[in-house]
Design a protein around this ligand. Sequence first.
Ligand SMILES: [Zn+2]
Length: 453
Amino acid sequence: MPPFHRLALLVLSSLLAGIAQAQVPGVDQPQLRELAAQVDTRELRATIEKLVGFGTRHTLSETRSDTRGIGAARRWTQARFSEISAACGRCLEVVTPSKTVTGPRIPQPTEVVNVVAVQRGSGDPNRVILITGHLDSRVSDIMNFTSDAPGANDDASGVAAVIEAARVLSRHRFRATLVYGVLSGEEQGLVGGKILAEYARAQGWQVQANLNNDIIGNSRGQDGVRDNTRVRVFSEGTKAVETQAQANRRRYNGGEVDSPSRNLARMIAGLAERYLTNLRVQMVYRTDRYGRGGDQVAFLDAGFPAVRLTEGHEDYTRQHQDLRVENGIAYGDTIDGVDFDYLAQVTRLNLVAMAAMAQAPAPPAGVTIEGAVSPHTTLRWRSSPGAASYRVWWRNTTDPQWTHSRPVAAAPSDPQTATLHNIVVDNWFFGVSALSADGHESPVVFPGDAGSF
Ligand SMILES: [Zn+2]
């Protein structure tokens, strides 16, 4: 087929799938493909089998038994992180941030414990890329903590991705710190997410990104569609922590589709196109699925950029259900509903995104833009530690992805500046990214408070 037709077909199929072609960031990094190839479906399966074997992992369940309940599950997780750490010469610090909590879904004071492994960065250790999944599970009645609640997909799949990311990435060194978070109390009100967000604050971590993986292992939707080629990435449009004054400026000048979380989603979509075969990101311009939530919300509320990764087509007969057969339908979140090859693909995307961001410089800070009543547009920003150069991006205000860009040499002193001649500020959205000497590129930062990381 002539190249033009091939291109046309590609564009057509992308349109049919509702997925915009993403601008691929940075210089091609073959080692990211090698990292992705190290993800092992057998490891993912072993983790989920083990977690399902604890019967229930409900937050209010048994904590003394070594074979059943949330206590056994978190001790196993801690031991697994310790094993991984032993294999990398103690490169992981394993911590268990916890809090005793009561609330609408926690009638008695209950200790909610996260299990978290920290892989300290070599160049920029205060900058943190965080992956999370939740350990706790549930059945139909949110307060039922004794019935079997396998939670194979919700969210042993996310936990399996977190542990596999730790296993593979711990064999390598990165500039930024990688944090692997296995959270508890999600179903009881995002408790573990809040505990980890508070812990991150107390540690002084600059959280650049939280990749929250919740329900990422099923490829057969209740809508009848079987699709193992698409993952949804949910991102908020405007910051949860935006002030009224910031909202007023943003309403006037734009920025309602350019939060740091949204530009994180754009970057992840681009990485999928470059580094993964047969997996594409469907960006969803929402914080989460309609009326639903996840631990990324706790990070957004703390002012940290965060996205949620979830399978493309959910099956609600398998979520939050008592194990039963009704009208010929088998209800419940059992392991036979997990597509391990699909889960491996979503895990690869997480690994690539974490490694790419951790090797890139921090996203530029203090980005400003001017150019009113002028034919030119000027951006200014503060230099990012470790940045060898920058790239200014722009796109039509109605486009989902950055489409145009221009390299900018780093200036010896701040502010860093780029002027785009005869490109009128009124007509485009603009942003800037930072690149390392070896071509790893940060997410794009939209100017002002609306876009700052
Ligand atoms: Zn969940």
